[in-house]
Design a protein around this ligand. Structure first.
Ligand code: Z5A
Length: 209
């Protein structure tokens, strides 16, 4: 059997460039012969995702605990396909994941331990790129302020929470740099990850176990 794919994750505050960079990375990997696929959370196309979308676009209201559990359920419903893709050798580039779930809910004052619990056992990322931007700079980018969480004070608290939950598998990237410069930094690190995985493959990990 061939090597499994890698799980590369992008996290960061709003407008930090996650979608821009994850899309660029998938394109570049596929062009260089590495089979790669983009996955985005929340996945607003499912029944659960539609409930999340209604909440974020402020059409519906939900208790903070309930929305947290919906974000987690939205990841769990994707696990079968993600595992199948990784096992078949496809590298997954993921735009937001459980760390966003914890950072946003903890910033809303839910306990860290409670926030992590529903995501324990999800597939763990191999490398996390944290696109770091101050909310004042993010607010200058197009589209800021359209959804529920896009408020500077909350984003500041979310950023602080991200820094408390990151570990050595994370790389903090200065998201104020030029798009091409960031892409080339990420591509270099991803190629290094792929080479290491080729020489010394590791099994798919489980989150927070
Ligand atoms: N959320 C949660 O609470 N719990 C969870 O478990 C999960 C999520 C998974 C929606 O997420 C909300 O859900 C989010 C967290 C919460 N709330 N907030 N905030 P989402 O991922 O669907 O939406 P988003 O966070 O708002 O992402 P975004 O708007 O897609 O932003 P982005 O992907 O980080 O940025 P972008 O689209 O790539 O770029 C934004 C703009 O900046 C765009 O015009 C780009 O052209 C520009 N850009 C990008 N990079 C640069 C650089 N380097 N320089 C200059 N301009 C740039």
């Amino acid at each position: 059997m061939g090597r499994r794919g890698l799980f590369i994750l992008f996290e960061g505050c709003d407008r930090s460039g996650k979608t821009t960079q994850s899309t660029r990375l998938v394109e570049a990997l596929n062009e260089s012969g590495v089979k790669a696929k983009l996955v985005k959370f929340p996945d607003r196309s499912t029944a659960i995702g539609k409930m999340i979308d209604g909440y974020l676009t402020q059409k519906t209201q939900l208790d903070d605990h309930a929305i947290h559990l919906l974000f987690s359920a939205n990841r769990w419903e994707a696990m079968g396909q993600m595992r199948a893709d990784l096992e078949s050798g496809t590298t997954l580039v993921v735009d937001r994941y459980a760390f966003s779930g914890v950072a946003f809910s903890a910033a809303k004052r839910l306990g860290l331990k409670w926030c992590k619990a529903p995501d324990v056992g999800l597939i763990a990322p191999d490398h996390v790129f944290f696109l770091d931007i101050h909310p004042d700079d993010a607010a200058k980018r197009p589209g800021y302020g359209e959804e529920l969480y896009e408020k500077s004070q909350l984003q500041l608290e979310v950023r602080a929470k991200f820094f408390t939950i990151m570990d050595k598998s994370w790389t903090v990237i200065d998201a104020l740099k030029d798009v091409d410069q960031i892409h080339s930094q990420i591509m270099t690190l991803t190629k290094r990850d792929l080479e290491r995985h080729e020489e010394d493959p590791t099994p798919i990990g489980k989150l927070w176990i």
